[in-house]
Design a protein around this ligand. Structure first.
Ligand code: ATP
Ligand code: MG
Length: 219
């Protein structure tokens, strides 16, 4: 049996066509179900639904053999855990960027130039810390678990590091993007022990999925 960990919403929706190309169809719509484990059209493959941030944990510790997680989530996960995760494929789904944003009346460039300490609220504290250290920007990081846009509006922080795709959420909250941290997409992650024990089916799945992605580079 191969267990595949996905998160509800965007990642599930965008992974479905890739699975379909690999001959795997989920037997039910998870948005209309309370189930957490789903059978598929392949008797040897099942899908489990977990929180996006829990996908790397499930795969690392063998609760799932394979998973799909954003680079944002993977970088934070890897900062506090060691090994066990193999990342064979960029799926090119869940594409967005991680950026620094501030209130439209906050002069970020001036604050950086003056060497002021900037208060930054984010879910991505490890990646943010590394980004500002590389830029030589002094920051105090404030860990949040959601609704980052609210932080600069309430005075909790001067800036946020968050994921941006169209920018419409920032705009609606009078925030402007001032710096890109990195481009983000979702990757396939595989449990290293499972890759050894179930090499054939996992390899076949990686190959089938990669041939459904334009210009995919599998390693
Ligand atoms: P939860 O809702 O459980 O707290 P979450 O908010 O991280 O988790 P999603 O919003 O579905 O869950 O995001 C899952 C992943 O999708 C993110 O880790 C990121 O890689 C990607 N993602 C997030 N926002 C966007 C976006 N605006 N456009 C494209 N991909 C995105
Ligand atoms: Mg979300």
């Amino acid at each position: 049996m191969l267990t595949l960990a996905l998160s509800k919403g965007r990642i599930f929706e965008e992974t479905l066509p890739l699975l379909k190309a690999a001959g795997i169809e989920v037997d039910e719509d998870p948005e209309r179900s309370r189930k957490l484990i789903f059978a598929t059209s392949r008797p040897d493959v099942r899908v489990v639904l977990v929180r996006a941030t829990d996908v790397p944990t499930y795969v690392q510790h063998g609760g799932a053999d394979i998973g799909v997680a954003g680079k944002d989530v993977l970088l934070e996960h890897m900062a506090s855990s060691s090994g066990g995760l193999y990342q064979p494929l960029d799926l090119r789904i869940g594409q967005c960027r991680m950026s620094v944003a501030v209130r439209d009346d906050f002069d970020y460039a001036a604050a950086v130039k003056q060497g002021s300490r900037i208060r930054v609220a984010t879910k991505f504290t490890h990646t943010a810390r590394q980004h500002f250290a590389e830029k030589g920007v002094h920051v105090d990081l404030i860990k949040l678990y959601g609704s980052m846009e609210l932080a600069p509006l309430t005075g909790l922080a001067d800036a946020i590091v968050d994921l941006v795709s169209t920018g419409s959420t920032l705009k609606a909250n009078h925030l402007i993007e001032v710096e890109k941290v990195m481009d983000i997409s979702s990757r396939l992650v595989v449990n290293q022990a499972a890759l050894k024990l179930k090499r054939e089916p996992i390899r076949a799945l990686i190959d089938a999925i990669s041939s459904a992605i334009p210009n995919a580079i599998a390693s």
